[in-house]
Design a protein around this ligand. Structure first.
Ligand code: NAD
Length: 502
C-alpha cells in the first residue's frame, strides 16, 4: 500500500471518500485471489453463472439510487443522468448473462467433404483473469461494459477505476459480495497511473482499457512486455450529419443532447455537425435555441454538471479561443462560457477543419456546425478525423447508406448514441478510438479464446496424413482437389473491379 487517495466532489470541492492506494504487491495479491476464484467460476455452467449475475443485477437495480448518489458526488453529473447510466449498465448485465451460453457454448460446425470422417466443434473458453481499467466520465456504464461481459464469459475481474471515481469502483465490487459473500471474482484496486501500470504488469490474461488514446498507447506498451492482449476503448470526435430530407427538429434536439449532456464528457458525444445547405438555417436556429436553454451549475435543476477533471476547462477554452482567433462565428457561448469548473454550452460555426476544435477531442459542452453542399462532402469531412468511435445521421431516405459510409464503429440513424443502449450491438472504434469490442456477442468473445476440436469418428477411406500413404492416394487427392476447386465456370463472369464498375 502506498498512501491514500481522496475522491473529491468536483462541484463543491468536498472530500467524498479516502481510499488506500493499491501498490504493485497488493495488485498482485488481488490477481492471485482472482485466479483462485476464476477456477471455480470457470468450471461452473453458463446457467449457474447466469443465476449469480441475475442476482447481482437485482441488487444493482434495487440499490440504484444509492449508487447514483455516489456517481453524482464523484463526477458532479446530475443524479438523473447517473441513474440513466446505471440503468443501461444493468440492462447490459442482463443481456450478457442471458446470452453467454448461446454465443460461447460448444457448437458443431461442418467438417467439410475432405474431413467428413471428423466431427468438428468450437466453443469459447474464458481467458482466466481480466484487468479492467476505467475512466471517470461514465464510471458505472463504461467499466461494466467490460466487467459484465468478462464475468458472463467465465472470467474473474480485477478492476482499477479512475482515480477520480474510486468510490464507485469499490461500491461495485462490494455489491457483488451481497450475492457471493467474500467473493474474489470482482475486486477493485484503487490508485492512479502506477496502480494501472501494476495491473498491466500483473499475471493477467487480458486488459480491457477505456480512456484516452494517449494512455491507451502506454497501456499497450506495458502489456506488450508480457504479451498480454488488450482492448482499447479510446476517445472520439463524433460527427453528426443532417441531410436535406432530415427531420430538422429531431436532428437539432439530438445534436444538443449528444453535444451537451454529461457536460460534453462523453466518448461518443457529438462534437462536429455537418448540415446540408438546404436545411442549415433551420437546423442552426433550432440548435442555438436549445443550447441557450441548457445550463451548467451545481444547483438542483441544472442540466449539466461541472467539468469532472480539473484542467479540462482549459482544454475547452483553448479549442474555443483557437477557433475564434481563426475566424469562427460564435452562435452560442464562446470564450466567456468557460468558467473554472462549469462550462456553458457553446455552438461555433465556420470553424476551419484543421483547427483543434475540429481535430482534437474537446470533451466539453461545445459543438462545431458546418454547412455542406451535399452529403458526399459531409461524409468526406466526417471521415477525415483520426478518430472513429461513433457517429450519427439524420436522413429520411438515405440513413442506412450514409451510416455504412461513415468510418466509425457505431452509427445512430435518426437518433444519437442509441447504439450504446442496445446490448446486442458491439461497441468500439477504429483508428485512434481504439480496437476490440465490448457489448454484444463480440463483447463476450473478447474475453475468451476459441477452442476448436476435431474428433475422428471413423477411419478415412484414404488416409492422407500417414507415412503409409501411397502414390495412388496422392493421385486420388489431386483428382479430388481438381474436381472440388479446379473446374472453370461455363461462362466466367469478370469481377466488378475488372470491369471498371464503380
Ligand atoms: P485516461 O486515459 O486519463 O485514464 C483512463 C484510466 O487509465 C484511468 O483509470 C487512469 O488511472 C489509468 N491510467 C493512466 N495512465 C495509465 C498507465 N500508464 N497505465 C495504465 N493505466 C493508466 O482517461 P480518462 O481521463 O479517465 O477518461 C477520459 C477518456 O476516456 C476520453 O478520451 C474518453 O473519450 C475516453 N472514453 C472512452 C470510452 C469508450 O468506450 N471508447 C468510454 C468512456 C471514456
Amino acid at each position: 500500500m502506498t498512501g491514500t487517495l481522496e475522491s473529491v466532489n468536483p462541484s463543491t470541492g468536498e472530500v467524498v471518500g479516502v481510499y488506500v492506494v493499491d501498490d504493485a504487491a497488493s495488485v498482485e495479491a488481488a490477481v492471485a485471489r482472482a485466479r483462485h476464484d476464476a477456477d471455480w467460476w470457470t468450471r461452473g455452467t453458463f446457467a449457474e453463472r447466469r443465476q449469480v449475475l441475475d442476482q447481482w443485477r437485482r441488487v444493482l437495480a434495487r440499490r440504484m439510487p444509492e449508487l447514483a448518489d455516489l456517481v453524482h458526488q464523484e463526477t458532479g453529473k446530475p443524479h438523473a443522468d447517473a441513474q440513466l447510466e446505471i440503468g443501461l449498465a444493468v440492462n447490459h448485465l442482463a443481456w450478457a448473462a442471458a446470452h453467454a451460453g448461446k454465443v460461447l457454448g460448444r457448437r458443431r460446425v461442418s467438417s467439410g467433404l475432405l474431413m467428413a470422417n471428423h466431427v468438428a466443434t468450437v466453443e469459447y473458453l474464458p481467458l482466466g483473469v481480466v484487468g479492467v481499467i476505467g475512466p471517470w466520465n461514465y464510471p458505472v456504464f463504461t467499466p461494466m461494459g467490460s466487467i459484465s461481459y468478462a464475468l458472463a464469459a467465465g472470467n474473474a475481474v480485477v478492476f482499477k477505476p479512475s482515480e477520480l471515481t474510486p468510490g464507485v469502483g469499490v461500491w461495485l465490487a462490494a455489491s457483488l459480495c451481497e450475492v457471493l459473500p467474500g467473493q474474489g471474482l470482482l475486486q477493485t484496486v484503487v490508485g492512479r497511473r502506477e496502480t494501472g501500470v501494476a495491473l498491466c504488469r500483473a499475471p493477467i490474461d487480458k486488459v480491457a482499457f477505456t480512456g484516452s488514446a494517449a494512455t491507451g498507447r502506454k497501456v499497450m506498451a506495458t502489456c506488450a512486455e508480457n504479451l498480454v492482449p488488450v482492448i482499447i476503448e479510446g476517445g472520439g470526435k463524433d460527427a453528426l450529419l443532417v441531410d436535406e430530407d432530415a427531420d430538422v427538429h429531431l436532428a437539432a434536439d439530438a445534436a444538443a443532447w449528444g453535444a451537451f449532456s454529461n457536460a460534453g464528457q462523453t466518448c461518443v458525444g457529438v462534437e462536429r455537425v455537418y448540415v446540408h445547405e438546404r436545411v442549415y438555417d433551420g437546423f442552426v436556429a433550432e440548435l442555438t435555441r436549445r443550447a441557450r436553454d441548457v445550463h451548467a451549475g451545481a444547483e438542483d435543476g441544472a442540466q449539466l454538471g461541472p467539468m469532472t477533471l480539473a484542467g479540462q476547462a482549459d482544454v475547452v477554452r483553448r479549442h474555443i479561443d483557437d477557433a475564434v482567433n481563426r475566424g469562427a462565428e460564435v452562435l452560442v457561448g464562446g470564450p466567456s462560457a468557460v468558467g473554472e469548473r462549469f462550462v456553458q454550452p457553446t455552438v461555433l460555426a465556420g470553424v476551419p477543419e484543421d483547427s483543434c476544435a475540429v481535430t482534437e477531442e474537446t470533451f466539453g459542452p461545445t459543438v462545431t456546425v458546418r454547412r455542406v453542399h451535399d452529403m458526399e462532402e459531409a461524409v468526406t469531412l466526417a471521415n477525415a478525423s483520426r478518430y472513429g468511435l461513433g457517429s450519427a445521421v439524420f436522413s429520411r431516405s438515405h440513413g442506412a447508406d450514409l451510416a455504412r459510409r461513415l468510418r466509425s464503429g457505431m452509427t445512430s440513424v435518426n437518433g444519437v448514441i442509441s447504439f450504446a443502449a442496445i446490448p446486442a450491438l458491439p461497441f468500439g472504434g477504429v483508428g485512434d478510438s481504439g480496437f476490440g469490442r465490448v457489448h454484444g456477442p463480440d463483447g463476450l468473445k473478447e474475453f475468451t479464446f476459441a477452442k476448436s476440436v476435431a474428433r475422428q469418428w471413423m477411419n478415412p477411406a484414404t488416409a492422407l496424413t500417414t507415412f503409409d500413404r501411397t502414390p495412388r492416394t496422392d493421385a486420388l487427392f489431386a483428382g479430388l482437389i481438381r474436381v472440388l476447386h479446379g473446374r472453370s465456370r461455363l461462362s466466367p463472369k469478370r469481377p466488378r473491379w475488372d470491369r471498371g464498375d464503380p
